[in-house]
Write a protein that binds this ligand. Structure first.
Ligand code: SAM
Length: 280
């Protein structure tokens, strides 16, 4: 086999589209729901060590202008805005965006603007206020054409690009793999990981730094009803049969300790960063 004939962007496209087809979570616009956004925000505030390490590794200065693509409720955008001159946060999902704007108002931040579009729909010249010293896309690469998305990031950046993504199967994908055939009678396809991303970048002539790190957190639920509410929206449960399958699965999979219910969701993540070639 001639490995040079593999188009890694096509591999990304295929896996992304297969995942979107099977992934009820994406179809259901998980991040449009404010309760899901709030749960995400609460968890990131409880498990803040990783955010602290990320802030330490970003080359932020008081003069920096930063673009945060898929900013969510502001886990990075908010502390970054407190350290730099300007942040543009791109966030298409309503639930996440509303929470981001609430958080911005609550902290009295005045140097952050929010653009409510998907990255693939952004026109760098018209929608953004570039160029940006640092472009960040943190766990937000749910983009159909990753090569085009990276070309746009390079266009928006004057120097640094920091991507954060996944290595290996995530815990929520493990659940999907276990549940899919029972819920839907089909196999679950996982999304593209950092191996595909690295190859796309390599084929674009970009040889980035990569660092692998663990991300550990626990999802806590006050009751089985609360756990069912959370997972029901993730798996688009519609019928009583699906409800029973999910209930039985969660009863066996979740940890029960002293009356509290939790899901350990440890995963392996990766930071991929590079400096833009100045003649690009
Ligand atoms: C898991 S959250 C990560 C939030 C934040 N970047 C962080 O690291 O905490 C993923 C976010 O990416 C956003 N997102 C997903 N696909 C996107 C796209 N194509 N363009 C822009 N944002 C996207 C989602 O709306 C969601 O808010």
């Amino acid at each position: 086999m001639d490995y040079r004939t593999i188009d890694w962007n096509d591999v990304w496209k295929d896996l992304m589209s297969a995942q979107k087809t099977s992934n009820k979570e994406v179809e259901n616009n998980l991040w449009n729901r404010k309760d899901n956004a709030e749960r995400f925000w609460k968890r990131t505030q409880e498990f803040s060590d990783r955010t602290r390490l990320t802030l330490e590794e970003l080359p932020l200065t008081p003069q920096s202008r930063v673009l945060d693509i898929g900013a969510g409720p502001g886990r990075l955008s908010i502390p970054v805005a407190e350290r730099v001159a300007h942040v543009t946060a791109v966030e298409p999902a309503e639930g996440m965006r509303k929470l981001l704007l609430d958080n911005v108002a609550e902290k009295g931040i005045t140097n952050l603007e929010c653009v409510s579009k998907r990255w693939e729909d952004i026109d760098v010249g018209n929608d953004l206020n570039g160029p940006y010293d640092i472009v960040i896309a943190s766990f937000s690469l749910g983009m159909p054409d990753i090569r085009e998305a990276i070309q746009k990031m390079e266009k928006a950046s004057s120097r640094h690009i920091y991507l954060y993504w996944f290595a290996g199967t995530s815990p929520w994908e493990e659940h999907s793999i276990n549940l899919w055939s029972y819920l839907y009678g089909t196999n679950y396809t996982c999304g593209p990981k950092c191996d595909v991303l690295y190859n796309v970048l390599y084929d674009m002539g970009i040889y980035p730094d990569m660092q692998v790190f663990p991300m550990e957190y626990t999802n806590n639920f006050a009751s089985m009803d609360e756990a069912m509410d959370f997972f029901r929206s993730r798996y688009a449960i519609e019928t009583p049969e699906q409800e029973a399958i999910l209930y039985n699965y969660l009863r066996d999979e979740l940890s029960w300790e002293n009356g509290s219910i939790s899901e350990r969701a440890d995963s392996t993540r990766v930071r991929i960063c590079w400096e833009k070639k100045q003649n690009n």
